[in-house]
Design a protein around this ligand. Structure first.
Ligand code: URA
Length: 240
């Protein structure tokens, strides 16, 4: 997602018949309002969600949208696919065609998928630097042992990317099931981590991202995030 923030004078020149240099005069004449306040500087930022009025006409008024979905198996985490249903097919929202996915799941993985039209928000929650925990319930084909806990905590070397995985927390729930919390999202990361022990993942379900939890949401259903949940993506990352 590229940043869509621009300076007010550039925004005015790109979206009206006025030029960059006209903007100073429009400001002095108090003809521009940003989010309800009269504009005061040509350098004021205009983000993808800034409400911009010029002479009382609205130039831009996007609303940020944040949605959680409980993705079923066999649905593609993409906005388009020629042969399978996509996560967007499961969502009813008037702005659904503006949404992108903040952290994909594999075709057969189930659970929490976040969708938004807010590029800055999805960047924040996806960046490894934010160390936001993504928690999965995992079912394995072979029995687990305490050795896994230590190895995942230490980090595993992924030759393809030439990286060592960040410390991950594994909680063994039963002989074949565990809860795993990661702070990053490398390609097929969970399957590759258990692959180190030649232990195949037979079911994988994401239950939470930071403090955003699926809880009671049924498989295949979606709902908007609450204001508090959407803010968690910001506050928990400490990047406000
Ligand atoms: N790790 C995987 O291997 N698959 C997913 O879908 C998510 C994390």
């Amino acid at each position: 997602m590229k940043s869509t923030t621009s300076r007010l004078d550039r925004f005015i020149s790109q979206n009206t018949a006025f030029s960059i240099s006209d903007t100073r005069r429009l400001i002095a004449q108090r003809r521009i309002y940003l989010d309800g306040d009269v504009a005061h500087s040509v350098q004021q930022p205009v983000t993808e969600f800034t409400h911009v009025l010029l002479d009382g006409s609205c130039l831009k008024n996007n609303t940020p949208v944040y949605i959680m979905l409980n993705k079923p198996k066999g649905v593609v985490c993409a906005t388009k696919d020629t042969s399978h249903s996509t996560v967007l097919d499961l969502i009813q929202h008037p702005q659904k065609n503006e949404l992108h996915i903040a952290g994909r799941l594999d075709f057969n993985t189930t659970g929490l998928v976040l969708l938004t039209n807010d590029g800055a928000w999805s960047r924040r929650i996806s960046l490894p630097e934010t160390k936001l925990a993504k928690t999965y319930e995992v079912t394995l084909s072979k029995p687990l042992s305490s050795e896994y806990v230590a190895v995942f905590q230490e980090g595993l070397y992924f030759a393809y990317e030439n990286i060592t995985t960040q410390p991950a927390v594994l909680e063994i729930l039963s002989k074949y099931t565990a809860r795993l919390s990661l702070t990053e999202g490398k390609y097929h990361q969970v399957k590759r981590m258990f692959g180190f022990f030649q232990n195949e993942v037979v079911a994988l379900h994401r239950v939470s991202v930071g403090h955003i939890c699926l809880d009671e949401l049924e498989l295949g259903r979606s709902r908007p995030l609450t204001v508090k949940e959407a803010a968690v993506g910001v506050i928990h990352c400490g990047l406000k």
